[in-house]
Design a protein. Structure first.
Length: 220
């Protein structure tokens, strides 16, 4: 009887040790697997124009109609029946957003200037208005930026709604826009390559590693 009890006790101890060993091994394996896994950071698909960055969707291209350097960068809608339809970014170092808005309202009053509800994109609140002309309807967006203000003029927004949303949601200006625009004068538009989701990340010929210095980290 004693031998039988001893045998049962020995078996129980062996089973307990085996279970404990498997448990430790499983835990160690899980830790090793989890510790080795790393998340791939999201790719920033915005094209860098030095003083601003923006995602450029299909159907939109860079145009040098205002000049061939990055400080004069504009974006045109290529699938438009109006050859002049563009997004034009403007920086005013000396005025807040209300001043250029009021100026435009005064001079475009005869073009059915209509103020719209403010919109918020990428952390900025944009005061905006639309006016009509022979080429359709143009909308102008005004916001505070740096020591002054910025505005974006966009033609026929309703025709390119998705593209406009993509650009406005991704549009970000440098911390010191005046300094960045001066730097952009030395960068040719021909040397800037558009990043496309379809083709993957492209760095551009002039390679702007200074992005981390010029732009705040995105928190929105």
């Amino acid at each position: 009887m004693k031998k039988k009890a001893f045998a049962i006790l020995t078996l129980c101890i062996s089973l307990f040790a085996a279970v404990a060993l498997v448990g430790c091994g499983g835990s160690g394996g899980a830790t090793g697997s989890g510790g080795g896994a790393t998340e791939k950071p999201a790719v920033d698909m915005r094209t860098d124009f030095i003083w601003f960055k923006v995602e450029v969707p299909e159907g939109v291209e860079i145009t040098d109609i205002a000049g061939d350097t990055a400080d004069r960068a504009q974006l045109k809608f290529t699938e438009s029946e109006h050859a002049s339809d563009r997004l034009i970014p403007v920086f005013d170092p000396d005025k807040n957003a209300d001043e250029p808005f009021d100026y435009e309202a005064k001079w475009k009053a005869n073009f059915d200037w209509t103020e719209n509800d403010p919109v918020k994109y990428n952390g900025k609140t944009w005061r905006n208005a639309s006016y009509t002309h022979s080429g359709g309807v143009t909308t102008e967006y005004f916001a505070e930026a740096g020591s002054g203000s910025v505005y974006a003029r966009i033609d026929n927004v309703e025709e390119y709604k998705d593209a406009v949303e993509t650009m406005m949601k991704s549009l970000e200006f440098a911390d010191d826009i005046a300094e960045a625009k001066t730097e952009a004068m030395d960068v040719k538009l021909d040397d800037i390559e558009i990043k496309r989701l379809a083709t993957g990340e492209r760095s551009g010929k002039h390679g702007r590693s200074a992005n981390k210095r010029r732009y705040p980290s995105a928190s929105h």
